[in-house]
Design a protein around this ligand. Sequence first.
Ligand code: SF4
Length: 451
Amino acid sequence: MRQFDPGTSDPKRADLKRISTRIVIGQGRQGMIAMGGGAPVVVQAMTDTETADVAATTAQVMALSDAGAEVVRLAIKDRPAAEAVPYIHEALGERGYHVPLVGDFHYNGHKLLAQAPDCAKTLSKYRINPGNVGLGCRRDQHFAAFIELACRHEKPVRIGVNGGSLDQLLLERAMGDNAKLPQPASAAEVLCQVAVASALGSAAEAEALGLPHDRIVISCKMSAVPDVIRVYRQLASRCDYPLHVGLTEAGMGLQGVVSSSAALAVLLQEGIGETIRISLTPRPGAPRTDEVAVACQLLQALGLREMQPRIISCPGCGRTNGQLFREMAAQVEHHVSQRLAQWRASYPGVARLQVAVMGCVVNGPGESRQADIGISLPGVGEHPAAPVFIEGKHVTTLHGQDLVKDFLTLLDSYVARRFSGAQQAAEEGATDQLREPADETHSAPARAVFP
Ligand code: SF4
């Protein structure tokens, strides 16, 4: 009998109560990827290339991985897509990318996994949507065949319910029952109840078919923020499966970022969510990796993961030398993002780096001293000199046209010195106890499915 853990070993997350079952997904860039059971919240992403296009899909998985995705999902819609999976995996391995791949199946997953056994073996996890499996008795047959294949290949399965493709029979029955109540619930509430019932019912069915409890992940994605929060709170209180949290159809640009962050921040702060995906609609020409950047930033902002360096910059105001300040902040951010993949590979711990770019003397020197490395630009009417601080000490003052370039050179040499060699090793030893829980521990406890 599983029990709820009264707390967590992470002092920063002492408010979290839920500890889910731990599921091992596969080997990642920096070791084994697990979801739940106190593991760090895992960042997922999904490709939008034609999966059968091995070169394009491989390149996009690499880009997503470089951006911080730890698990990448591929749409497997037909046999060419299924048969491409082992080649994508092989191409990734040849390039040094070890990213667990998840197969996203709808309608025909039971057939494709049977027809393409190398795909079934290569994938680290399967996703099935219980609303898109088939109708009537075929639904049960297809679901059973899918789960049987997952059992045979010893793969975890995400039972991924989606508000836009709920099991219609369940929904019609629930709507009918609700209509007969003296005080019927709203349609949105019924939709959420059906989503939860579909997910938990399908998970119970999968276990009855032989899929072990510790190979099931659940998601119930809705498109409205309040519905997402409501559904996941219900799931968290009723089961201990790891929860894959996200909005579906979050939208484009700022709307998608704000909606996803609003919902996920509430849930993650409550200890709900063992893996996240930000489902952004990319603007034409925008990189697919934006969704990963948002996910990483969100986890970092909540203090759950240290995934990338933090650029601290003020908003600027009437005291700012606007053009120089904005250009410099943008260039520093670009510089760091461009080097991040290589820094991660060469300088373990670089995610802890804090760089300050400040707009004037009011808060500039103070914030710059508190960062690892910072620069305080001259505001309007100030002497045109920009003091640079490293680990709290004023090390130099920059002037003139090459100011930005000179600061970036200082930044690169600081990163190389700080995050490699003896200093890094000593620092790791000194800070492991404080740091590891933030990145190794999150969330909560175990549970059976509670009624
Ligand atoms: S640091 Fe200076 S420029 Fe930046 S917001 Fe504060 S007062 Fe304005």
